[in-house]
Design a protein around this ligand. Structure first.
Ligand SMILES: [Zn+2]
Length: 221
């Protein structure tokens, strides 16, 4: 029997896998009916298989979990990047808007300013920034501008024509943001200058977001 046991046990793996020829299969089955030792060996092999399957299942589960985690991370990553991009775009828009306002110097002029004093102002500005855009607004221009702002109530300003015009003439200077302060300093003490307004100190976020809520643009841009 012992020799047959050795032979059968050699065949048991293949028997378990179902790849034996019919003759070998019959031989194994016949032997198993009479030999508990070999039958137990077969049971051991089958148990091992079950255990192997289980551990493989566990591995697959583990891999699935990792993949889920990775997917979650990917989603978080994409969301983060998207938010970051949105934030950057908003910042660019805000500062583009801010630069558009902050690069302007409004110089209000005394009524009795002489043409020499006017030239002096233009000269000083161009010295600082020879690409600056200088626009002169006469008292009449300023009155018209005010009427536009008052819109439907423009007739309220009808008493302010000619000699009664209380609005000062002005220069609007468009330069670069970094030159606003220098230009302001140089113009401050020039004769004929009444006062200077710049928007450099404005918080760009307030300037940009406030109009979204109030529905009006405070700075005319
Ligand atoms: Zn046996």
């Amino acid at each position: 029997m012992k020799k047959e046991c050795d032979l059968v046990q050699d065949l048991l793996f293949s028997y378990n896998d179902g790849i034996l020829s019919n003759t070998s299969k019959e031989l194994v089955e016949k032997h198993l009916k009479n030999c508990d030792i070999c039958l137990n060996k077969l049971k051991e092999i089958r148990n091992e298989d079950v255990k192997l399957d289980e551990s493989q299942d566990k591995q697959v589960d583990y891999l699935k979990k990792i993949r889920k985690k990775l997917n979650k991370r990917k989603i978080y990553f994409i969301i983060s990047i998207t938010l970051l991009v949105i934030l950057i775009v908003i910042n660019i828009l805000v500062f583009a808007k801010y630069n558009n306002v902050a690069n302007k110097v409004e110089v209000y002029l005394e009524d009795d300013i002489t043409s020499n004093q006017l030239s002096k102002i233009e000269e000083v500005v161009l010295q600082e920034d020879n690409e600056a855009k200088i626009t002169y607004n006469s008292k009449e221009d300023e009155l018209e501008e005010m009427k536009k702002i008052f819109q439907d109530n423009g007739e309220l300003l009808s008493g302010y024509e000619g000699e009664n015009n209380i609005f000062p003439a002005s220069y609007l200077i468009e330069t670069s943001v970094d030159k606003v302060e220098k230009i302001e300093k140089k113009l401050e003490n020039l004769e004929g200058v009444k006062n200077i307004i710049t928007n450099k100190e404005i918080n760009p976020y307030v300037m940009y977001f406030l109009p979204l809520f109030t529905g009006e643009n405070l700075y005319g841009n």
